[in-house]
Design a protein around this ligand. Sequence first.
Ligand SMILES: *[C@@H]1O[C@H](CO)[C@@H](O)[C@H](O)[C@H]1NC(C)=O
Ligand SMILES: *[C@@H]1O[C@H](CO)[C@@H](O)[C@H](O)[C@H]1NC(C)=O
Ligand SMILES: *[C@@H]1O[C@H](CO)[C@@H](O)[C@H](O)[C@H]1NC(C)=O
Ligand SMILES: *[C@@H]1O[C@H](CO)[C@@H](O)[C@H](O)[C@H]1NC(C)=O
Ligand SMILES: *[C@@H]1O[C@H](CO)[C@@H](O)[C@H](O)[C@H]1NC(C)=O
Ligand SMILES: *[C@@H]1O[C@H](CO)[C@@H](O)[C@H](O)[C@H]1NC(C)=O
Ligand SMILES: *[C@@H]1O[C@H](CO)[C@@H](O)[C@H](O)[C@H]1NC(C)=O
Ligand SMILES: *[C@@H]1O[C@H](CO)[C@@H](O)[C@H](O)[C@H]1NC(C)=O
Ligand SMILES: *[C@@H]1O[C@H](CO)[C@@H](O)[C@H](O)[C@H]1NC(C)=O
Ligand SMILES: *[C@@H]1O[C@H](CO)[C@@H](O)[C@H](O)[C@H]1NC(C)=O
Ligand SMILES: *[C@@H]1O[C@H](CO)[C@@H](O)[C@H](O)[C@H]1NC(C)=O
Ligand SMILES: *[C@@H]1O[C@H](CO)[C@@H](O)[C@H](O)[C@H]1NC(C)=O
Length: 567
Amino acid sequence: MLFLLTLMTAAGLGNAAALDKKQAASSSVVPQYFQTSPQIYPGPTKTAAIAPFLAQTNPAPIGTLYSPNQPLETAVPISGNTNNSNIFQLMGQLSSYFPNPVGFGVNEYALPPGANITTAHLLSRHGARYPTGDSSVSSFGSKIYNVTRNGTATWTGALSFLNTWSYTLGAEILVARGRQELFDSGVLFYYNYGHLYNTLTKLVSRTTTQDRMLKSAEYFMAGFFGFEWPQNVTLEPIIEQPYFNNSLAGYFQCNNSNNYRSTAGNNASLVWENIYLKNATQRLRALSGNYNWTVADSYNAQTLCPYETVAYGFSNWCSLFTYDEWQGFEYSIDLQFQGNDGFLSPTGRGVGIGFVEEFYARLQGHLYNLPPGSTNVNTTLDQMNNTFPLNQSLYMDFSHDTNIYSILTAFGLQQFSDKLSNSSITPNRNVTISHLTPFGARVVWEQITTPQPVKAQRPKNSNATMADFYNPGNRTSYIHMTISQRTVPLGFSYPECGQRDDGWCEMGAFMNILSGLLQQASCFGNYPAASWLNVTNGVPVTKRHLLGGGMGSGLERRRNSDMWYDL
Ligand SMILES: *[C@@H]1O[C@H](CO)[C@@H](O)[C@H](O)[C@H]1NC(C)=O
Ligand SMILES: *[C@@H]1O[C@H](CO)[C@@H](O)[C@H](O)[C@H]1NC(C)=O
Ligand SMILES: *[C@@H]1O[C@H](CO)[C@@H](O)[C@H](O)[C@H]1NC(C)=O
Ligand SMILES: *[C@@H]1O[C@H](CO)[C@@H](O)[C@H](O)[C@H]1NC(C)=O
Ligand SMILES: *[C@@H]1O[C@H](CO)[C@@H](O)[C@H](O)[C@H]1NC(C)=O
Ligand SMILES: *[C@@H]1O[C@H](CO)[C@@H](O)[C@H](O)[C@H]1NC(C)=O
Ligand SMILES: *[C@@H]1O[C@H](CO)[C@@H](O)[C@H](O)[C@H]1NC(C)=O
Ligand SMILES: *[C@@H]1O[C@H](CO)[C@@H](O)[C@H](O)[C@H]1NC(C)=O
Ligand SMILES: *[C@@H]1O[C@H](CO)[C@@H](O)[C@H](O)[C@H]1NC(C)=O
Ligand SMILES: *[C@@H]1O[C@H](CO)[C@@H](O)[C@H](O)[C@H]1NC(C)=O
Ligand SMILES: *[C@@H]1O[C@H](CO)[C@@H](O)[C@H](O)[C@H]1NC(C)=O
Ligand SMILES: *[C@@H]1O[C@H](CO)[C@@H](O)[C@H](O)[C@H]1NC(C)=O
């Protein structure tokens, strides 16, 4: 302070504004948990080896045959795509965000007259990204390059492009499309809920320290508030690293989610890949000369399509596969999530339960009393009201795909308990990952207050009056949940909520349900790996409580699907 005063005298009044800025910077010490710059624990941040040049590389500018991957317009026709459908919406968690086109069994309704939305809770995924540096697609890329150079492979026909191809993707961080997804999501969230923000207050919004997570939150805020968003929001990047508690990256403190006990999804996917990619593998092998093209190669090739598309705007890999094979690709990812992270995984609930506890605390308006270490929440942060405020009308949290899916599992949402077959596509399933956790995914819970209890059946005619909407009674509160902009009917999972047209659940009933979910987790302990369809409820068949003792063998390789598996 003395230093600044001296400086001010010397510099004269002309520089007062500049000095104000310096003073602010030097006198305010940001606690580590609010620090966004310089970044801590950002993870790898490798950018691509080449920059996009779509105007030059696009072999087929926009035509009439095909739905483009907006705003990336490539018009390569896909064999068997008779309905002019969009293959980019069949890519599981590698699809870019689109509103769920089929919903979850109920329609959407306008708020009844006199009802108010009082609070909105957002759980968002990050945007489109590069693959992980040591992913199977990068070693596939290296192998292709090697067998091309040393002459084992002679690429012909549709694979001719491989004669000059090499793997050039970056690692981990957001691509331009991903930045856009989060910006757009912030814009939409503003249109939907901007009114709930009190301009006199500053919100706390939680993300993780990983580069793409922090930046996704920042792009979202820029979309919602504009570039001045730091006046409106304090970001809280929770440390995402092994051995740190983090409900937005729960796998790090859920040992069994990182080992063989919860890889049933990968195993099921492998069985399925050998079925749905049999034809493609034969087709591509015939174009590979002496190179023995395998099913794993086909799967890696297919996986490169979405990654290269979001990085460069176009990928030669996409048109190698038929429409049916893209449906098979989506299903392989649905199997992975369901078996590794969902209802068919013994750690599905364990990874997601921390967020459910936090959500419960926010609805109650007071903290729960958890012994430290009992779940994957950071109890230090959750017990301070500047890092875990309970009085906001907007909550915005950012997380990862598998973590969000485990959170849905921990909520016990039975519509996502589909017992998927590993040998044929289960039709009309709710577990379609591109509809649940694509890039830029969003889960929203609204708290709604109504003047009287809302009838379970909504009036059908447009001239309905108040009496057509309400039963006699007092003010009532509800929860309304959406995923990808479509209502999740809570009565389907929780009979206490009733079978309602609007899918809402009365708050008292909902709180009772949540309180009953909090102990259902099994991250530790020795139980056998499940065979397919043995585990069906997100917890081990023989549920064990070994918290505080009998820890697992420590973290193995992290198995977030955002980190691709070796096949
Ligand atoms: C490709 O060749 C390089 C250099 O010889 C080697 O380091 C790398 O491991 C090879 N990649 C594969 C997948 O075999
Ligand atoms: C060519 O490269 C592949 C992949 O690195 C390797 O497995 C194979 O042995 C090599 N073949 C020759 C003839 O060098
Ligand atoms: C952000 O905060 C500033 C300063 O309080 C306020 O003027 C502005 O209206 C806020 N932005 C929005 C979008 O509410
Ligand atoms: C909780 O977060 C704080 C602030 O980042 C950190 O210092 C602490 O190590 C974290 N605790 C656990 C158990 O992860
Ligand atoms: C493979 O191709 C054959 C012949 O075209 C076809 O009958 C069969 O349905 C295809 N199988 C798959 C899994 O696509
Ligand atoms: C090609 O690879 C497949 C699967 O990895 C294997 O079963 C087959 O024997 C290989 N064929 C040749 C000719 O090496
Ligand atoms: C936050 O907690 C502190 C200490 O427990 C308390 O004094 C303060 O009133 C609380 N602030 C709010 C806004 O609840
Ligand atoms: C999907 O979930 C809804 C309830 O949300 C249910 O009515 C429907 O039967 C489910 N679909 C399938 C195929 O399970
Ligand atoms: C909805 O908000 C309006 C305006 O603030 C208020 O007058 C009304 O009482 C609220 N209704 C309910 C059911 O809380
Ligand atoms: C409301 O409209 C329906 C037709 O849509 C009509 O049958 C009904 O009589 C109308 N009711 C009232 C109260 O006007
Ligand atoms: C409405 O609230 C009043 C006062 O709290 C209570 O006496 C009454 O029983 C309530 N009515 C219903 C239908 O719950
Ligand atoms: C499921 O696992 C349990 C415990 O490992 C085992 O006893 C049971 O036989 C298995 N059931 C099926 C259908 O695989």
